[in-house]
Design a protein around this ligand. Structure first.
Ligand code: SF4
Ligand code: SF4
Length: 399
């Protein structure tokens, strides 16, 4: 509560209390989200150059213990959360994953595993299914083995993913294929759609890279051209029509080329939170890229409900009162909530600015032109994601 008071701009204590009351009632308008992302670890054998994890990764020694995660899972179920998405890093790098899935299932949570799949064996997947796992989402870097392994920075990744996807369906678990798309693999989209069909997936996510964290470091190597994007949209629309009823296709566009920003996370502190490997409760999985913000931890004395409703970080950009112009008087302010705070910070240095993806932002023209320049540039080599702060790609594949 004192954090909220300390950060209000009120002139006297009476005003402070009025601000606090207003923030409270705003926070309490939003019930606890129905689904929560649990990032069990930042460890991962892959090194994707677009990884959404922060550039400063949490080390293994700071991760929540098995007992701490169990306590968190029980608390989430008690406060009304229905689904838990186990993610990372690579969640199967945690030796206690089966135990955590069993616990989550035991307290009544629907469990989804978001995985690169390269550490899975059939026995491990079978044990997870027996423990109550409800759904598997596997990320793919492409369809062709060598280019896909190059993006992953892991030889043999593609082969293992295909195997794990087949085991998933053999075990009768629903499968989502997550395909992260960028300039260097968008030409494979028709094959990726066919791969999802062949793997008997229920859902395909065609997720264009979003540029913060590692992807921002690699933007020049990943940014698609406008022509590629237009073609992608055409292919997705055609496939949606053709595969209606057998494969659902989600499509996330990169917003550098958009006119209006996405409603990021459904609006800051409105519909979503995630828990980082070290237990921080975050309004967005990229929120730690905003330097200078303090995020409360499940290791603190506060309950998760208190953190959601009253912590300074969740209230800072909740609702519309924090907005500067042009958002403040814009008719879309309750439609997109000013776009993405992490992107505003990454591109303008202030998370409180209008997301430059918006055509009304004074920065929009600049970033649009920058995206075009980078998309048409020669930079193809990656900086691979790792605990050392990134390793530049060497060898012949980078072009
Ligand atoms: S995006 Fe790639 S490197 Fe990042 S956690 Fe997922 S599989 Fe690992
Ligand atoms: S000015 Fe702000 S509220 Fe209006 S469309 Fe742009 S980002 Fe959205």
């Amino acid at each position: 509560m004192s954090d909220v008071l300390a950060n209000s701009k009120a002139a006297d204590p009476g005003d402070s209390l009025a601000v606090l009351e207003k923030q409270r009632s705003l926070a309490e308008t939003f019930g606890i989200p129905l689904a929560v992302l649990a990032e069990l670890t930042h460890r991962c054998p892959l090194q994707c150059p677009y990884c959404s994890n922060p550039v400063e990764l949490d080390r293994a020694g700071s991760e929540l213990s098995t007992e701490e995660w169990k306590r968190v899972l029980s608390e989430l179920a008690e406060i009304g959360v229905l689904q838990i998405h186990f993610s990372g890093g690579e969640p199967t790098a945690r030796k206690d994953l089966v135990e955590l899935v069993r616990h989550a299932s035991g307290v009544g949570l629907y469990t989804n595993l978001i995985t690169s799949a390269v550490l899975l064996t059939r026995d491990k997947l079978s044990a997870l299914a027996d423990a109550g796992l409800c759904h598997v989402q596997i990320s793919f870097q492409g369809t062709e083995t060598a280019p896909a392994d190059r993006v992953a920075g892991y030889k043999g990744a593609q082969h293992r993913k295909i195997e794990a996807a087949k085991w998933t369906r053999e075990l009768d678990l629903p499968l989502t294929v997550n395909a992260v798309m960028h300039r260097q693999n968008l030409h494979e989209l028709p094959e990726i759609i066919q791969m999802a069909v062949d793997l008997d997936a229920d859902r395909l996510e065609v997720a264009n890279v979003q540029y913060y964290g590692w992807a921002l470091k690699n933007r020049a190597a990943l940014m698609p051209t406008l022509a590629q994007l237009e073609e992608t949209t055409r292919i997705v629309e055609e496939a949606r029509e053709r595969l209606k009823g057998s494969l659902a296709i989600d499509y996330v566009v990169p917003d550098y080329y958009a006119l209006r920003p996405k409603k990021c996370m459904g609006g800051w502190g409105r519909q979503f939170f995630n828990i980082s490997p070290s237990g921080k409760v975050l309004p967005c999985h990229a929120a730690e890229s905003i330097t200078g913000m303090q995020f409360e931890s499940v290791r603190s004395n506060h309950s998760i409900t208190w953190i959601w409703q009253h912590s300074e970080a969740f209230n800072r950009y909740r609702g519309t009162a924090w907005m500067p112009e042009p958002c403040k008087s814009c008719e879309f302010r309750e439609v997109d909530f000013g776009g993405c705070r992490c992107q505003a910070f990454a591109l303008t240095g202030d998370a409180g600015n209008t997301d430059p993806a918006c055509a009304l932002s004074p920065m929009h023209e600049t970033i649009f032109k920058q995206a075009q320049r980078e998309a048409e540039g020669e930079t193809n080599r990656f900086i691979y994601r790792n605990f050392a702060g990134g390793t530049p790609e060497t060898g012949e594949n980078g072009g």
